[in-house]
Design a protein around this ligand. Sequence first.
Ligand code: CTP
Length: 409
Amino acid sequence: MQIFKVGGAVRDRLLGIPVTDVDRVVVGATTEQMVAQGFRPVGADFPVFLHPKTGEEYALARTERKSGRGYGGFTFHASPDVTLEEDLIRRDLTINAMAEDDQQNLTDPYHGQRDLEARILRHVSPAFAEDPLRVLRVARFAARYASLGFTVAPETLELMRQLSESGELQALTAERSWKEISRALMEDQPQVFIQVLRDCGALKELMPEVDALFGVPQPEVHHPEIDTGLHTLSVLEQSALHKQPLTVRWACLLHDLGKGLTPEEEWPRHIAHEHTGLKLIKAVNERFKAPKDCQELALLVGKYHTHCHRALELKASTLLELLQSFDVYRRPQRFEEFIGACEMDARGRKGLEQRSYPQADYLRGAAQAAREVAVQPLLEKGFKGPELGEALKRERLKALKAYKDKASA
Ligand code: CTP
């Protein structure tokens, strides 16, 4: 049997990027031979094994054919007579379809190295269409390697367009899609992921609520970039520049969905978009089964981002309501993420990327002031149950009034 490194490990080594996980393909072996050598079979769907010592993945060379809709609809053929070239041709991109042996001799029948040098993401063959998840994968790779100058080949974008228009993306499971989306959002240029999905018509299929933001104008005084879709891309870009966590990036993507529902006669204003957007945010959250913390933050940012921008003008009672809604006493981290997302929203505007955002520290200070109100003296006064809650609120309101007075002095 012969063993080759394949996929990302070969690609990233040639790009000079640290390799994290290594996949290997085994040519000329049977399942029985692998097991006899101590490999542990793990693939429920495919003949994949873990190395007994290193735990790395070894897959038998295979060919694949699509036999139906969705990911379940695959048949594969793995046998010792499947060649390395046959295994590589079923893969997604030419830069992912190279193999190398122990001496780093490259097998590159589909010119992956040429495309690496030319900075092109190009599909290997029409077999690309057999897994619609690849539309998201290509957009994710585009986001990851944008800073190196990579772009999607026109013919690949066209194939991605056909796949999107065919309705095949609807057959993807929430779990597979979310895995790609969440990884893409954590790349250096997550806005490129959304842009590429839009360019091939996939955004309309996957997140029509986000797609609908393109072409929707906002008031130029607050939004020199005008277009709500472009604004959303800039907010995402800022979220990566500021190394925000996934929760914040997800909230950034969804914060303005309500603007896509504003009747044209009301443009460029978007009165109450924070409220109209909530049902859309909920729908997108649920479509991809986003983790609970992502779902929660996206809804809170959607509902309250304009509160944050106007923080310095808020009455003490409104400030208190805001802090209560976030349960800042028990969930300080979530409030910090909210502030982060709102700051990205403020900076994701053309020419305003470097602006200061005093609202952030102002709200942090307000949260601190409310948090410092001690419960003990109220307990000692005999307050219990709902009355204790009310008394606590009154004290916090007092503290916030004092905080406001001090801040404006
Ligand atoms: N692959 C594919 N189509 C998919 C998933 C994977 O063709 N839908 C192939 C590609 O050749 C890919 C390899 O399987 O390089 C390994 O897949 P994976 O580990 O998911 O990705 P990597 O390319 O290693 O990239 P990453 O750095 O994102 O893990």
